[in-house]
Design a protein around this ligand. Structure first.
Ligand code: AMP
Length: 488
């Protein structure tokens, strides 16, 4: 059977004239990551380790630290979790009072130490290390040009494109070389860059990904999320602004805005799913936004009578508290999530039904048995986990299951740094809410509207990137025909 993609909830350009976009088949690589940097602090690499520990939710595939002792950059980058990579003995090899760190999200096909960051290189002026969160949309084009000119790449990350551009820049200072290279790239970049003497933080003019500045004793800290400041007792100063470059060196902290200003397009999905609720991103509290998303959802879905509100842990915990208080329904912990799942687990040869879901979630039968439930989740991607969870809740004795989503249907993949599957795999791209309800086998299904989402997070709709919900990509690339068919 063939089907056409549905219009998305917040499409302003209609689907008939709108463009669909496709990942480049050539060497596309997702940079959904956590980045961190410190300047002029005691034990810089240990503080970076702690910062990465707090940012671990942003990427679990690989992690790394590069430190500077003032004359030389030292680095350690490995596959795995932060706590597995950095043992007490490695810090002697990461000396100095400044450092940067990176943790990288796991994606299919690109899991390789070659792509682990920070990338540390030597160039005509010395050494530099770079850690990147976000995705450049013209990286494949730039890479082709650079390769034709003789550049030899050692990874498939778009971050390396920035480094090659920088190395070729004819500008006189490092700062100007970096600006020169970043003016040639398009898309999402939040970067921390370390040289022997400086720490630089920079955010693209759309501000797709967050980056904040903190103060630690006589030094400074930069991090994707402020939960990384809390763990090292750093004081939050403010968010790095769209298109802002922060230069930290022996003269203190300086800010420049070297890029052509754009209308900011902060990733709204950071508030919905990606960031930790105890963080501030883009200058706003994630917890406050998430709770408001839940409350708004309760208002929009008109209150459905149920015995309790339960979240799909952990990403929907805060939204569920908002839903519970707005609807006056008791909040219960009905699903427990196991946090200690490694990358692989050994399945017994005798098949266990729904093993994939069981390894991560377990129902609290005491809460669920004979109950009508309002289950809150932050999003539906493919629908597969949600469907398994519904089955699990029923088996645990739930009478009615009402599914509530604190964001609109995801209809389009992200090309700016969040790992989403292709359009063909996104259930919200091809199915109506009624069809998804049937697929999940729930009594009712309700999504938050795009307007409700913006109202909850605060600010203007135009200031957010909502491409995954709308298909309106603020920075264009690889246009595809406006209608696509897929076999179901
Ligand atoms: P599914 O059941 O396959 O639709 O997956 C839904 C779950 O995936 C929700 O509980 C979300 O919290 C979670 N989720 C949403 N976006 C992502 C993402 N980019 N990476 C991993 N999990 C996600």
């Amino acid at each position: 059977m063939f089907f056409f993609f549905r219009d998305s909830v917040c499409l302003q350009k209609t689907a008939s004239t709108g463009n669909l976009y496709k990942r480049s088949e050539k060497w596309y690589d997702i940079n959904m990551c956590g980045i961190f940097g410190v300047y002029n602090v005691e034990e810089a690499s240990k503080l970076t380790y702690l910062g990465l520990y707090a940012l671990q939710h942003r990427g679990q595939e690989s992690a790394g630290i590069a430190s500077s002792d003032g004359a030389k950059i030292h680095s350690l980058v490995k596959m795995g979790l932060v706590s597995d990579i950095f043992s007490p003995d490695v810090f002697a090899g990461l000396p100095g009072r400044s450092a940067i760190g990176h943790c990288r999200y796991s994606t299919t096909g690109t899991s390789s130490i070659k792509n682990a960051q920070p990338l540390t290189v030597s160039y005509c002026r010395g050494q530099l290390a770079m850690a990147h969160n976000g995705n450049l949309v013209n990286a494949d084009l730039l890479r082709s040009v650079l390769e034709a000119d003789g550049s030899i790449f050692s990874s498939t990350t778009d971050t390396e494109v920035i480094i090659h551009l920088l190395a070729q820049s004819k500008k006189n200072t490092f700062e100007d070389m970096l600006v020169d290279s970043l003016k040639k790239v398009n898309g999402a970049f939040s970067l921390v860059v370390l040289t022997e003497k400086e720490l630089i933080g920079v955010v693209d003019p759309w501000n797709f990904r967050p980056l904040s500045i903190g103060k630690k004793d006589n030094g400074y800290v930069l991090a994707s999320e402020t939960c990384a400041f809390d763990i090292i007792d750093a004081e939050y100063i403010r968010a790095v602004e769209p298109g802002e470059m922060i230069i930290i060196n022996e003269n203190g902290l300086r800010s420049i805005k070297p890029f052509k200003p754009q209308r900011p397009k902060k990733c709204i999905f950071e508030f919905i799913y990606f960031s930790r609720p105890d963080s501030y991103i883009f200058g706003q509290s994630v917890q406050k936004a998430r709770k408001a998303l839940g409350a708004e959802l309760a208002k929009e879905c008109k209150i459905t009578a149920a015995d309790c509100v339960i979240p799909v842990p952990d990403s929907a915990n805060s939204a569920a508290t908002g839903y519970a208080s707005e609807s006056g329904t008791p909040y219960e912990i009905g699903i427990i999530r196991n946090h200690y799942i490694g990358r692989t687990f050994i399945e017994p040869s005798q098949a266990i039904r729904d093993f994939g879901a069981k390894i991560k979630y377990n129902p609290v039968k005491e809460i669920l048995n004979n109950k009508d439930l309002l289950v809150i989740d932050d999003s539906i991607v493919r629908g597969t986990t949600s469907r398994k969870l519904v089955k699990m809740l029923r088996k645990a004795g739930a009478k009615q299951v009402h599914w509530r989503i604190s964001s609109p249907p995801i209809t389009h993949p992200c090309f700016y740094g969040v790992d989403t599957p292709t359009r063909a795999e996104l259930i919200g791209a091809s199915h109506t809410v009624e069809e998804i309800k049937k697929y999940l086998k729930v009594e009712s299904l309700c999504y938050l509207s795009a307007d409700g989402m913006v109202k909850a997070v605060g600010g203007k709709k135009e200031d957010y990137c909502m491409a995954c919900f709308c298909g309106e990509y603020p920075v264009e690339f690889n246009k595809e025909p406006d209608k696509m068919e897929f076999e179901r």
